[in-house]
Design a protein around this ligand. Structure first.
Ligand SMILES: Nc1ncnc2c1ncn2[C@@H]1O[C@H](COP(=O)(O)OP(=O)(O)OP(=O)(O)O)[C@@H](O)[C@H]1O
Length: 708
């Protein structure tokens, strides 16, 4: 095939040499694995190491790099090839995308400083390499007209970048999240690399690449170029996804980003595991009430109560309760005295001294252990006891600690506090908060059989545990997806569970489905994150905005943006302007949907979702469509996994997922109440799931928001 780019033959030859060099390297490593070192131990260590390095390198042979940059450093021109994995061969080396210099490939920046030298980017080129073959060359920046650099390079505005991106976006959906290392856009790169020492919030509309950018940020934070104090280890990272379906979907991106070992779970599971309550059922009775109860007053008070329970200041309230409880207990017990064999006695330790220790212990998480440590210190000071002496007193010290701090189990103690006017008053909770906390708007919503805990009370329960026992070893970094749906109180706890500044929250205020839990705005989150940090300025978060959405074609993006515009105050982002099928409207019997799906499948779309408003409808669809010879997999339980193909899925589980084609079932005012903002939000989530194709189906007239 002849190619118009004059450098094609040279690049092809260079690719061939790099591939050969990589293959040789893998062979050498594999040989080393077989022919070991001088002794058995060295052989084993070397073999393990070589095997691992060969295994890491192997997947990259098919596409060793995707970009090339010419840079001038100290007057000398150098050509760098940028790939997903650094390859250190002196002649055919590849620079990692995660390195500082590799990062220049993504930004508009042409000058940089490193080790006292200033470098200049002279040329940038994208190389489409697949299966060891060079398919295309696109020059992104040629340096010919520096005045037009911004036009060449700005926000996906650069024609080269845009061409490569559109090609990538027109590919078919997969059953898992993909990495976009080759086509990260400048604004995404900026959000990904935002100050690694500060909490970060990334706001962007559906399809802006928030989740994608978040996972790339994790890879970047683990990169060897990051300073040690902010560098993360994959096994030190906690990624919190809103449900198990999305957790499994997102986890598929981990190996490609060299992030094996990251813990991916849901916030609820993380909280329950801390509390040792993994078996407990989790309810969301507020949501049940909001969806089912027609009484506006009850709905309003359920909303208020859930909001109140999720306030960041609940932490202070619980701490004050613990403090009051300890004060009361302290005055019920005798002043303890410790006899240290061979060293004498402490004599009764005055209550006032013990209270000072308690106050000090409560100033940070893990008061119980902190109190014990300072009590031991007090004994040491009074008797000159050594560590060995203290061991003898282990039980006695333990008894004092338990008398004061024991019998405060997180679930029962939190519920005891939140259900008692006297205790709330003692904890200095003023009106109207006291009344709201004591109200029981959910009384009519049945509780499941067996023990259960509600999502709205979980953070408060964890706060008690945190105050008394801390949250364990801090994570290197925490990622929180769909961050608009979680309580400010949870943020406050997460800030204590991770290293200072090490949390990235990804969210879209217009997709918030849980306003009764989520923050009203990002300032509330910033405040929650900054509360326990010293200095507070470092603890508060920066917010980055992703200005462009990528997932869907122009007709789909416009249809979904129209829905969001009716309730969202967030400024809407632009879409990338990818052409595609017009949005379709399907009416009549279910057979219409079946025919439409078959046509989509015939057109080559494999991953198709029928998104329903209610779970029960998603459960029924497979049987209803079976007579039309359609094999529909239902995804209606959190433990179900999305494996691709044709699925029926309720909208709350479709959030965060994407499909080649999406049919929004029952897009009518009976299913999505036009007077309820929550329903408009659901409709937006449903309408924004398709990459290439969107259809609305209704058997009985369309919803006003979907009609063009
Ligand atoms: N730079 C990029 N290059 C190629 N594809 C991209 C890029 N950025 C985003 N995408 C694609 O856009 C789609 C949406 O990305 P992602 O799911 O991360 O968005 P999101 O903002 O988290 O969306 P949602 O709010 O709906 O969950 C994905 O298919 C992703 O691969």
């Amino acid at each position: 095939m002849t190619h118009p780019h004059p450098d094609f033959p040279a690049e092809e030859a260079r690719l061939g040499s790099t591939v050969q060099a990589m293959i040789r390297r893998i062979q050498i490593l594999e040989d080393r694995e077989r022919h070991g070192g001088a002794d058995e131990h060295t052989s084993l260590v070397m073999a393990d190491d070589a095997e691992e390095r060969a295994a890491v390198l192997s997947p990259h042979v098919h596409s060793p790099y995707f970009g090339r940059m010419t840079v001038r450093i100290r007057g000398k021109e150098r050509t760098l090839y940028i790939g997903k994995h650094a390859f250190g061969n002196p002649r055919y080396g590849v620079t990692s995308w995660r390195s500082d210099v590799g990062g220049l490939f993504y930004t508009d920046q042409l000058q940089w400083q490193a080790a006292g030298n200033t470098g200049t980017v002279l040329h940038k080129r994208q190389l489409d390499v697949q299966n060891k073959r060079l398919l295309d060359i696109t020059d992104l920046y040629t340096g010919e007209n520096k005045g037009e650099q911004a036009q060449q390079e700005g926000n996906a505005g650069g024609a080269g970048r845009r061409k490569v991106l559109l090609k990538r976006l027109s590919e078919h959906a997969t059953a898992g999240m993909r990495d976009v290392v080759e086509t990260l856009q400048p604004a995404q790169y900026d959000a990904m690399t935002a100050d690694p020492a500060r909490f970060q919030i990334v706001q962007g509309s559906a399809g802006a690449g928030k989740t994608t950018v978040g996972f790339h940020r994790l890879a970047w934070l683990c990169g060897p170029d990051r300073p040690e104090q902010v560098r993360a280890r994959p096994e030190g990272i906690l990624a919190l996804m809103p449900n198990d379906i999305l957790a499994a979907y997102a986890s598929r991106v981990l190996p490609g980003l060299e992030l094996q070992g990251v813990t991916v779970t849901t916030p609820e599971k993380w909280m329950l595991s801390f509390l040792g309550l993994e078996k407990m059922q989790v309810t969301d009775r507020t949501l049940t009430l909001l969806l089912a109860d027609q009484n506006n007053e009850r709905r309003a008070s359920a909303w208020k109560k859930a909001k109140a329970l999720g306030r960041a200041s609940i932490y202070d309230l619980i701490r004050e309760h613990v403090r009051q409880e300890l004060w009361a207990r302290l005055h019920k017990v005798a002043e303890p005295s410790f006899d240290v064999p061979g060293r004498g006695s402490t004599g009764p330790i005055p209550r006032a001294d013990l209270w000072e220790l308690i106050e000090h212990a409560l100033s940070q998480p893990g008061a119980t252990e902190r109190f014990r440590a300072s009590l031991e210190e007090a004994i040491r000071r009074r008797t000159n006891a050594t560590d060995t002496d203290l061991k003898v007193l282990d039980k006695e010290i333990g008894k004092v600690v338990t008398t004061l701090f024991g019998r405060m189990l997180p679930v029962s103690e939190t519920r005891r506090l939140l259900g008692s006017e006297a205790l709330l008053e003692r904890a200095k909770v003023a009106e109207p908060l006291r009344r709201i906390l004591l109200s029981d708007p959910l009384a009519a919503i049945p509780l499941p059989k067996g023990s259960s805990v509600d999502v709205t009370e979980l953070p408060a329960i964890l706060a008690l545990r945190c105050i008394l026992h801390g949250l364990g070893e801090r994570w290197d970094h925490i990622l929180l997806d769909e961050a608009q749906d979680f309580q400010p109180l949870l943020y406050r706890l997460l800030a204590q569970a991770t290293r200072p500044g090490q949390l990235t929250a990804l969210g879209d205020l217009s997709q918030g489905l849980a306003g009764y839990k989520g923050p009203a705005n990002w300032e509330e989150v910033q405040q929650a994150l900054g509360r326990d940090s010293a200095p507070a300025a470092l603890g508060s978060a920066s917010v980055s905005f992703l200005p462009m959405t990528y997932r869907s074609t122009a007709p789909i993006s416009e249809a979904s943006a129209r829905i969001a515009a009716t309730y969202s105050k967030v400024i809407h982002s632009e879409h990338i302007g990818r052409e595609g099928d017009p949005v379709q409207f399907l009416e009549g019997e279910l057979g219409t949907v079946a025919g439409h799906v078959q046509a989509l499948q015939d057109a080559g779309y494999q991953n198709i979702a029928l998104v329903t408003r209610r779970t029960i409808d998603a459960q029924r669809l497979p049987d209803a469509l079976a007579p039309f010879d359609l094999d529909v997999q239902p995804i209606t339980e959190p433990q179900h996994r999305y494996k691709g193909g044709l699925v029926s899925i309720p909208v709350q589980y479709a959030k965060g997922l994407e499909f080649d084609g999406c049919v929004v079932m029952d897009a009518d005012p009976q299913s999505y109440d036009p007077g309820t903002e929550y329903d408009s939000r659901l409709l937006y989530v449903a309408a924004s799931r398709g990459l290439h194709h969107l259809a609305f189906y209704s058997g009985a007239g369309f919803h006003p928001l979907v009609q063009g």
